[in-house]
Design a protein around this ligand. Structure first.
Ligand code: SF4
Length: 211
């Protein structure tokens, strides 16, 4: 199974056709994962050919394992409820962070309104759009024992999102034990250390804008 990265969950018609051709040249099957990925079933003999065809279609393999994973998004401006452009914002975050090495798989998503269709409260970092920017939740996780992320910042602009993620990742990578997930670091150290790092970034941005 190979998983192309689909930032923001958006594919062009040409890419969709190409994925069909790659699946057809393999086992003739694809599986849409719960993580907004399309898994293409291929054979060991066809693997290199399939990866080359993906690259030609502008699709890289999705990062798996202990990496920052492909950033998920809800339908964004394709949905009448959207308060923010979650698809473009997820794509930008994906370009900046996906594939980075981290102690455990690190998941992020961007939802464009409070309905949170991208399950943003169940991510390591989740953004939920409001008319005034994004609310940021950190330390959530799905799975057998789900954890709801904690609200760490409000009214974050699209331009501030990368700085917020960088701040969370910095503290996480500095403080996490071997293979420790973000929610466990927050349970052990408290959320204040993360909030402080996020607020420093946001205040720094504000000061720069006011100069
Ligand atoms: S989170 Fe809101 S904007 Fe996004 S798909 Fe769901 S209802 Fe629509």
């Amino acid at each position: 199974m190979i998983y192309p990265s689909i930032p923001g969950g958006i594919l062009t018609a040409e890419q969709l056709v190409r994925l069909g051709e790659i699946a057809g040249a393999g086992k003739g099957l694809a599986k849409i994962s719960v993580g907004q990925m399309i898994g293409i079933l291929t054979t060991p003999e066809k693997l290199d050919e399939a990866l080359a065809a993906l690259a030609e279609a502008g699709l890289a393999p999705a990062p798996l394992g202990t990496k920052v994973r492909t950033v998920r998004s809800c339908s964004g401006l394709l949905c009448p409820n959207a308060k923010q452009d979650s698809v473009e914002d997820a794509k930008r975050l994906n370009g900046l962070f996906s594939g980075r090495d981290v102690p455990r798989p690190f998941r992020m998503s961007v939802s464009a309104c409070r309905n949170s269709c991208a399950e943003s409260m169940l991510q390591d970092v989740g953004f939920i759009g409001t008319p005034d920017g994004y609310n940021v939740y950190i330390g959530g996780k799905a799975g057998g024992t789900p954890v709801i992320g904690e609200l760490a910042a409000k009214g974050v602009s699209a331009a501030q999102m990368p700085g917020v993620v960088e701040a969370v990742l910095d503290v996480y990578q500095r403080e996490a034990g071997a293979r420790e997930q973000l929610y466990k670091v927050i349970a052990r150290l408290g959320i204040d250390i993360f909030e402080k790092a996020i607020n420093e970034v946001l205040n720094d941005n504000k000061n720069r804008e006011n100069r």
